[in-house]
Design a protein around this ligand. Structure first.
Ligand SMILES: C[S@@+](CC[C@H](N)C(=O)[O-])C[C@H]1O[C@@H](n2cnc3c(N)ncnc32)[C@H](O)[C@@H]1O
Length: 277
């Protein structure tokens, strides 16, 4: 019998199984017709495991759900799109309003704690580190935490190594020259910046109060993948990790259900910022 190619049609019961699997393990809602997405993201796993189809992969997952493959499948279904200084208005707001205020308020301790939740491959965390250095905070005790569900992206984030195409996106040439060095055809971020940032695997749906308190939390371009209930729970948790008056930044297109219950929404230039009450 001929084996199916990895792109053979996903049976409807397997399609529903995959949707439920990703939702159960990461809270990600993949509704509507996402056949193409499942096929393009899961076919490499099917090929690597020498399986004939995504349907066979589902059989494997159903037989032993808590395996390495199970996690790999969920990670493959995360969308990791990110780039340096994404949503520049946020960085302008930090530079012009938040940092001058914190410089004053924290001048005795010279300590700042920042969290890039859903950090993906690290560009958000490193952009923030660069901004802080540019703003003259080089002698401060700066702790930037980058977290993500996916251990694969975190490995890349920790390496601090980026391809040419990645440094071409959002990173001013002056900062590239100042904070990176060539590593073969790639670019390696310098040790000063790497020391400012730590990366950890954290599922945003789990308890995170122990991580705080933070002065600033980025939680951008991830809420869009969650349902209203999950978003609400995460927002409450994020609030619990912030100092009073601390800032939460959400993605430009994200409407956060329940955000007004514990945050004040303020506009700074073109940025919307949520201030913890
Ligand atoms: C589109 S990226 C956003 C990256 C960055 N924040 C930005 O705006 O450029 C979304 C990230 O959320 C992560 N993610 C998805 N579900 C998650 C969860 N339940 N807990 C933690 N991270 C999650 C994905 O792995 C992915 O790297």
């Amino acid at each position: 019998m001929l084996s199916q190619t990895p792109t053979a049609e996903i049976h409807s019961e397997n399609y529903r199984f995959l949707q439920a699997h990703v939702y159960a393990h990461a809270g990600i809602v993949l509704e509507g017709d996402k056949h193409y997405l499942f096929e393009s993201r899961l076919s490499p796993i099917v090929r690597r495991l020498g399986l004939g189809s995504i349907n066979e992969l589902c059989g494997l997952l159903q037989a032993a759900r808590e395996t390495e493959v199970s996690r790999e499948v969920v990670e493959a279904m995360t969308t990791n799109e990110t780039y340096f200084f994404r949503d520049p208005a946020h960085y302008d707001a930090i530079r012009t309003v938040l940092l001058p205020r914190l410089k004053e308020e924290r001048r005795a301790t010279k300590k700042l704690r920042i969290w890039s939740a859903a950090a993906s491959t690290g560009q958000e965390a490193y952009s923030t580190a660069m901004l802080l250095l540019e703003c003259g905070l080089g002698d401060w005790n700066i702790q930037i935490l980058g977290t993500d569900f996916s251990s694969q992206v975190l490995e890349r984030a920790r390496s601090g190594k980026y391809q040419q195409i990645e440094v071409n996106r959002g990173l001013p040439t002056s900062m590239l020259v100042k904070h990176f060095r060539r590593s073969g055809v790639d670019w390696q971020i310098n040790d000063t910046l790497r020391r400012m940032v730590n990366f950890e695997a954290i599922d945003l749906r789990k308890s995170m109060r122990a991580l705080g308190p933070f002065d600033l939390v980025f939680c951008r371009n991830v809420m869009i993948y969650f349902d209203a209930e999950t978003k609400k729970g995460i927002l409450k948790q994020l609030h619990g990790t912030l100092f009073r008056g601390g800032w939460l930044l959400l993605g430009g297109t994200e409407t956060a259900f329940g955000v007004d219950e514990c945050f004040d929404r303020i506009t700074i230039g073109n940025a919307i910022v949520y201030v913890a009450r």
